[in-house]
Write a protein that binds this ligand. Structure first.
Ligand code: FES
Ligand SMILES: [Fe+2]
Length: 378
């Protein structure tokens, strides 16, 4: 497959810098949900390649996406993953302050320090925002077209409703993964490993029982009637009975995994729905934030039993595993284990790409992923 990425794509810092400039600089990144922004000044931040961005709710209730970078000397403005900034976005360095729409309002000691300064030239640079099924995405490119990006998923939405009374958010999980971000995405798109690596957890299905369908730049994974979705639905019907989320999630036609280009994975199941956002932190490392909404009968705090959770840092890492990953009964841990093993193998001077298995439920999606990336990173 001539379109396959070279192995340098997984190990070179220069390649990641190239991705940051040509892919993430105008990519849609998951920021949060509309329910995270309840009051004026509520904000969430994200890093899109090299660009810190933020989404803020204004006094009228509208959400704005802005570059989270002060127009004076460039300090990052809003702090942490989320918070409330009050009536203005105020820079901690020299206290320039901006309205929620990014307009520059206050400049301390303006008369002495900046005589003649025209504030109207120095508003925060706008970013783009889009909302789909209550999920909020931002793009550093002020002219990005959200509808064009999301349109292929319209009509194939998952039935879960994040504002429903029978669905609640579990504690978010943050993973530090010792692999290139694409290794993790490729594993998520790999239908060939499900019955083998996950023999003791997911246990399948075999490649013929599931398929990936391209949807624009995205991919939707479906299990066939005899595949995972059918089996999970029956298990859940037995366990949880007549709960709203189960009934709606039993509706046929939606996928079991949605891959949103380039680095978001959405997994709706009869148990709930999760959104995982991957962010490269180095060529050989990435950070994954997982938000998870579940039914009322389920634990809202998985941290107590997720292998590798460190309560002092709040980070989940293979450094903290106490038992072998294949003995944890946790398929996510199995995936992390194999992704970190793949990363180490890719770095071997002896490694060259082997063949990808053919078929819509096997590794075809990986070749497709590389073709999609090639359109951005050449
Ligand atoms: S860098 Fe923000 S006010 Fe100076
Ligand atoms: Fe897996």
């Amino acid at each position: 497959m001539t379109d396959r990425l070279a192995k340098q794509a997984y190990i070179d810092a220069g390649w990641l810098e190239h991705e940051n400039k040509t892919l993430f600089a105008n990519a849609w990144t998951f920021v949060g949900t509309v329910h995270d922004f309840r009051q004026a000044g509520d904000y969430r931040t994200a890093t899109c390649g090299n660009a810190p961005v933020c989404v803020v709710r204004d006094k009228q209730g509208a959400l704005k996406a802005l570059h989270n970078v002060c127009r004076h000397r460039g300090a990052e403005l809003l702090d942490g993953a989320n918070g409330n900034c009050g009536g203005t976005i105020t820079c901690p360095y020299h206290r320039w302050s901006y309205a929620h729409d990014g307009t520059l309002r206050g400049v301390p000691n303006k008369a002495e320090c900046f005589p003649g300064l025209d504030r109207s030239d120095l508003g925060l640079f706008p970013a783009s925002i889009g909302v789909f099924k209550d999920l909020v995405f931002a793009n550093p490119d002020a002219n990005a077209d959200f509808d064009l990006w999301i349109e292929p998923l319209r009509g194939r939405e998952w039935p879960h409703d994040l504002s429903a009374a029978d669905i609640g958010e579990a504690t978010p999980l943050t993973y530090d993964l010792k692999c290139n971000w694409k290794v993790f995405i490729e594993n998520a798109l790999d239908g060939y490993h499900l019955a083998y690596l996950h023999e003791n957890t997911l246990g399948g299905p075999l490649p013929g029982l599931n398929e990936w369908q391209p949807a624009g730049q995205h991919m939707v994974w479906h299990a066939t009637e005899n595949g995972v979705r059918h089996r999970l639905s029956k298990k859940l019907r037995d366990e949880a009975g007549d709960v709203g989320i189960v009934k709606s999630a039993s509706r046929p036609g939606y996928g079991g995994v949605y891959y949103l280009f380039p680095a978001t994975l959405i997994v709706p199941t009869p148990y709930g729905i999760s959104v995982s956002a991957l962010q490269p932190t180095a060529a050989r490392r990435c950070r994954m934030t997982v938000r998870h909404w579940v039914g009322p009968w389920q634990s809202k705090d998985e941290r107590t039993y997720v292998p590798g959770y460190d309560s002092s840092t709040g980070i989940i890492s293979s450094d903290n595993w106490k038992v072998h990953p294949l003995q944890t009964g946790d398929f996510q841990t199995e995936d992390i284990w194999i992704c970190e093993k793949v990363q180490r193998g890719l770095e071997s001077p002896a490694y060259v790409h082997g063949p990808l298995s053919a078929g819509a439920g096997a590794e075809d999606a990986i070749a497709w992923f590389h073709s999609a990336l090639r359109r951005h990173v050449t």
